[in-house]
Ligand binder design. Structure first.
Ligand code: NAD
Length: 270
């Protein structure tokens, strides 16, 4: 079990959407919450609305993450929970993307998590009562979707990072635990992901509101529901936090195809 009551938690991308929902759920359970986000206006508004402290961060910049950690420790004395949640979600088929698109999305979705883990893991390990790292992946961490090629790559990367970290923390007998949050469709501002894209990283990616297209018939949940699923996973030290267990078939299609591929190859020399 990881306790939440009385802990200091940092949530990146906490000004909006799922990050805000996680921050609210952590506050419900008695945590002191720092929300960290690149959008200063939304950060100020959300911090005031939910009773969190807002600290501006750009997760793509290691120095900015280090400054976030230093300011959190300076103001609150410790940090026990880190939620690497900031992310962007624009779409394009792989034939239509540029290297600038790859850089933009890998920088936020994968380097943002790498920067967070690298800076905060030693701080959590130094706590007598350990701590917890949540990384926000996606159902795209397990089952790639067409049109989301770069996104899929970043979210598979977040899954690989989190699963490897879990193995190593367990082998080391660490008091730090980790969770991969893999949401399905959640009502958020992800459809406006390009508004903060640096001009020199413009390319073929497009903001798409999938709730009005391919996602129209899917089950959509609210961020606070994703937040409460996340806090339960933190308390239980669960490796996976799933918002859409009803999407199991999507993952199974992939694992069934892998099973069939393994079954069809003879073992040479056996
Ligand atoms: P959102 O746009 O509502 O929130 C994302 C937040 O991240 C925004 O406040 C944004 O300003 C912030 N952010 C973006 N770049 C940043 C940077 N460089 N540094 C700091 N903050 C930055 O979107 P969301 O849907 O809540 O997304 C949160 C996470 O959930 C993302 O990792 C996303 O991939 C993941 N996710 C979302 C869904 C969904 O259906 N909405 C599904 C699966 C996974």
């Amino acid at each position: 079990m990881t306790s939440i009551q009385g802990r200091v938690a940092v949530v990146t991308g906490g000004a909006s959407g799922i990050g805000r929902g996680i921050a609210e759920a952590l506050i419900e359970e008695g945590a002191t919450v720092v929300i960290a986000d690149v959008q200063q206006d939304a950060l100020d508004a959300t911090a005031a609305e939910i009773g969190a402290t807002g600290i501006r961060v750009d997760v793509t910049d290691p120095a900015s993450i280090e400054a976030l950690a230093a300011e959190t420790i300076e103001r609150f004395g410790s940090v026990g929970i880190l939620v690497n949640n900031a992310g962007v979600g624009a779409l394009a088929r792989l034939k239509d993307v540029t290297l600038a698109d790859w850089r933009f999305m890998v920088n936020v979705n994968l380097w943002g998590v790498i920067n967070g883990v690298t800076t905060f893991l030693p701080l959590l390990e130094a706590n007598e009562d350990g701590g917890h790292i949540v990384n926000t992946g996606s159902m795209a961490s397990f089952a790639p979707m067409a049109g989301g090629g770069i996104y899929n790559v970043t979210k598979f990367g977040v899954a690989a990072l989190t699963e490897t970290l879990a193995i190593e923390l367990a082998e080391d007998g660490s008091n730090v635990h980790t969770t991969l949050l893999a949401p399905g469709t959640v009502h958020t501002n992800i459809k406006n992901s390009l508004r903060k894209r640096p001009d020199d990283l413009a390319g073929g990616l497009q903001d798409v509101d999938i709730s009005e297209g391919v996602g129209a018939g899917l089950r959509w949940i609210d961020p606070i529901d994703a937040g409460r699923i996340t806090t339960r996973a933190i308390r239980n030290n669960d490796l996976y936090a799933l918002t859409h267990p009803d999407w199991h078939h999507l993952v199974k299609n992939r694992t069934d195809a892998l099973d069939a591929a393994f079954a069809q190859y003879p073992v040479e020399g056996a």
